[in-house]
Design a protein around this ligand. Sequence first.
Ligand code: ATP
Length: 457
Amino acid sequence: MSKINLDGLVAFLKEQGFIFQGSEIYGGLANSWDYGPLGVELKRNIKEAWWDKFVRNNKYNVGLDSAILMNKEVWVASGHIGSFSDPLIDCKKCHSRFRADKLIEDFTHGKVVGDGMSNEELKEFLVTNQIKCPTCGALDYTDIRQFNLMFKTHMGVIEDSKTEVYLRPETAQGIFVNFKNVQRTSRKKLPFGIGQIGKSFRNEITPGNFIFRTREFEQMELEFFCKPGTELEWFSYWRTFCMDFLKYVGINEEELRYRDHDKKELSFYSNATTDIEFNFPWGFGELWGIASRTNYDLNAHQNHSKQNLEYLDPDDNTRYLPYVVEPSVGVERMLLSILFSAYDEETDENGNTRVVLRLKPVVAPYKVAVLPLIKKNHADRAKSIYENYSKYFSTAYDDSANIGKRYRRQDAIGTPFCVTIDDETIQNSTVTVRDRDTMKQKKMLIEDVIPYILEKL
Ligand code: ATP
């Protein structure tokens, strides 16, 4: 379990410059969040790590950056206009609105999953189990109706229905509609995947738990195309690959678990789905969804667009629609899991407490901080060392306050190494390198620090 609760983490991240309330000086906009100087670095590092492992350095996959606004027919074909909805229920007494399935999941601490139940089954479960309104305590609900989560807007200058467009609720459809373009131009043979990182928008009924559920968020999605009949092998491959990635970016293994969907919960087109869940302070929640989606999406687009999306298999000259395995994860949920895993407080023998963000160097906003011991004597040399290190990795510079305070500040923002510049640096070009986690210090030559840190990355 994390050493900090949700409110504590929100306050800490604001104080340190990671995440601020969106539109704060105007009283905020509910559930919107802005990423400050450290938050944006952490977020970019997470995306870079994903892109490296899933796209750039992956022998199977290539990347894509498709548009957020797409032809409305994309969403008709994908089924989003018809059925991308959640079960909405109102409390008749206080008029609070809820997602019926989430009320059940919260009440049963995740033991009963509402996904896959009909509206009638959900309502009956609420009433039979006396699940009362979390706001006012009444047990007096309306019937459940489906609420479509797509954000609608208008393109062009005239607000009529012809110009209606939607903000994409997932990045995946941009990949499916480009399947042929990418396959033809990259000359990839099956199996291969197309990865994409980008913003998605969902008009969630109950956003909350900080950045866990917001209406605007970023997804990192891979659509992996393979020959029908091989999909379950690939499903198992990506299921393990994703778990390994979570450990690689520093998420505590003990706080992670797989939750396989049973028959009732599986979407009708899926023959296997798993969620990797993280143990958040409010309980286990979905972090990464991995689904074997058969040829459902390509088939839907082929039928609706009347374009042939089949793959010509050069091995046996047959034509078919590839099957797809989709690992899909939210950047913000990954960031939140990393932060809960990394946050630590330590008390030394003198009773002094330090906060340490034990971020893996690969995601840490700064890899190293350059600190002149005494500003007036060592700042010039420190600045030139800072400029040199900055060419290799993101480097912080701090010459304010005493050295102990500066170490604490770097510990709290997760900087893995501090390099202190003192008289010896001027005399014989050595610096003191301090390790964030062990607090051990060692002397090194200025230029040896670069390969030392690069190796940790
Ligand atoms: P949930 O059941 O929590 O609503 P979902 O099953 O609808 O999630 P997917 O459609 O599978 O989610 O989306 C893939 C991933 O995108 C999720 O695993 C999650 O990491 C992220 N995600 C989905 N919705 C949100 C949101 N509203 N805010 C932040 N991240 C989200």
